[in-house]
Write a protein that binds this ligand. Sequence first.
Ligand SMILES: O=P(O)(O)O[C@@H]1C[C@H](O)[C@@H](CO)O1
Ligand SMILES: Nc1nc2[nH]cnc2c(=O)[nH]1
Length: 272
Amino acid sequence: MSIAAHISEVQAYIAGKTDIKPEIGLILGSGLGVLADEIETPVTIPYGEIPHFPVSTVEGHKGQLVIGRLEGKSVCAMQGRFHYYEGHGLDEVTFPVRVMKAIGADKIIVTNAAGGINESYKAGDLMLIRDHINLTGRNPLIGPNDEGMGVRFPDMSAAYCPDLRALALEVAQQNGIKLQEGVYVGMLGPSYETPAEIRMLRTLGGDAVGMSTVPEVIVARHAGIRVLGISCISNMAAGILPQPLSHDEVMETAEKVKHTFLTLVKAVIQKV
Ligand SMILES: O=P(O)(O)O[C@@H]1C[C@H](O)[C@@H](CO)O1
Ligand SMILES: Nc1nc2[nH]cnc2c(=O)[nH]1
C-alpha cells in the first residue's frame, strides 16, 4: 500500500476514536511528554494500536497519541516520538507528521532535548530553533514524490516560521522566561558527539545538537505545515564540561525545567 493509503487508513481510524479535528500538532521529545498530560478531554491511543505506527523504544517516550483540547485549541500530541537511530525508517519517523496534516493540523510545535554547543547556554535553558543544519546525511523525501503531498523540491528558507518564532519570543518575555534562540544541528545518534565533533559543529554555526526533529520538520514543510521548534538544553554538549553525557541527565534536566517548558508552550498555544 502507498503512504497516502496508509495515511487515509489512519485518518479513518482516528476519526473513529474522536470527532476533534486538531489544528496544532505537538511532537514531545525526551522527558517533555508532560505537556500531553495537560490536554483536556483527552482521547489517548497507544501507538501499538494505530495502523502503520511504530512503537517508541526510548525511555522518556510514552508512546501514545493524545488528542483533545489545550488552552482553547484542538491539539494532537505525540507523547513520545520515533528516532531514526531506533531502526525506524525515515518514512516511519515522519509518518505521524503526515497523519497530523491529514487530520487537520496546519501548525506543529516540535520539541526535543538537545546538547548545548553555544557556551553561553546552560543545562536547563530553553532554545527557540531559528534554523537547523541537517547533518544526518539523509532526507525523508528521497524517493518518488507524491505531488498530492507536496512539491518535489520544497523551500527551506523559513523552515521555522518567523511569525511563530516572534510569538514565542513575545510570550517568553511576557512570562519572564529566558528563551535562547539558535541553530539546531541534527545528527543521527545514538552515540553522543565527541568533543572534536562539537568543536566542528560550533564552527559550522550550531548552537545545539540533537538526534531528532530535522526529518519531521522537512516533512512538515513539504506538507505546508508551519513549524515552531523548541529545544530543552538538557546538557552541555561533549567536551564542554568535565563530565560524561547520559540520557539520565537528559531526563533529569527535562524534569527540572518542565514547569517553565509547560508555561511557555501553553502560552504559545493560547495565542497562536
Ligand atoms: O527525542 P529527543 O530528540 O528529545 O531525544 C534526545 C535525542 C535522543 O533521543 C536522546 C538522547 O539523550 O534525547
Ligand atoms: N546528539 C545529541 N543529542 C542530544 N540530546 C540530548 N543531549 C544531546 C547531545 O548532547 N547530543
